[in-house]
Ligand binder design. Structure first.
Ligand code: CO
Length: 141
């Protein structure tokens, strides 16, 4: 069911500081602008790699869902992995039928690439928070 690895989500207390690691230390040459996703409670910045992306996420606002993660991991760290799926509703229904817990209301929300996403609880995914993202119509992101 899952397709390509779209991105790895990395939580950080400072996107600005994280960008210096990816750009100046690791040598990434294609890094997007930071932008806010208020409804998701995060600032986002994509580091573009030849075969995937790193999604840097920093808390936006007091209700950000990643405050808890950063309380446990003050330096930041790997937060989620995102796989592409062709049909987000079919993927959700299939996972729920297999007993996996989809976070929130279970309804897809619009993710950082502008397509519907869901998150699946780590307890059902071997300890990893999984994001599933519908492939944009007409091609990959
Ligand atoms: Co993500």
């Amino acid at each position: 069911m899952i397709g390509k690895l779209n991105h790895v989500g990395i939580a950080t207390p400072s996107i600005e500081a994280a960008v210096t690691v990816y750009r100046d230390v690791l040598g990434a040459t294609s890094i997007g602008e930071r932008f806010a996703m208020p409804e998701q409670g995060v600032w986002v910045c994509f580091v573009n790699l030849p075969n995937s992306q790193i999604e840097l996420i920093e808390p936006y606002g007091d209700a950000s869902p990643i405050h808890g993660f950063l309380a446990k991991n003050p330096m930041g760290g790997q937060h989620h992995v995102c796989f592409e799926v062709e049909d987000i509703l079919a993927a959700r229904d299939d996972l729920q039928a297999k007993g996996a817990k989809v976070l929130g209301t279970g309804e897809p929300r619009i993710g950082a690439h502008g397509t519907p996403v869901i998150f699946v609880h780590p307890k059902d995914m071997g300890g990893v928070l999984i994001e599933l993202m519908e492939v944009p119509r007409g091609g990959h992101a």
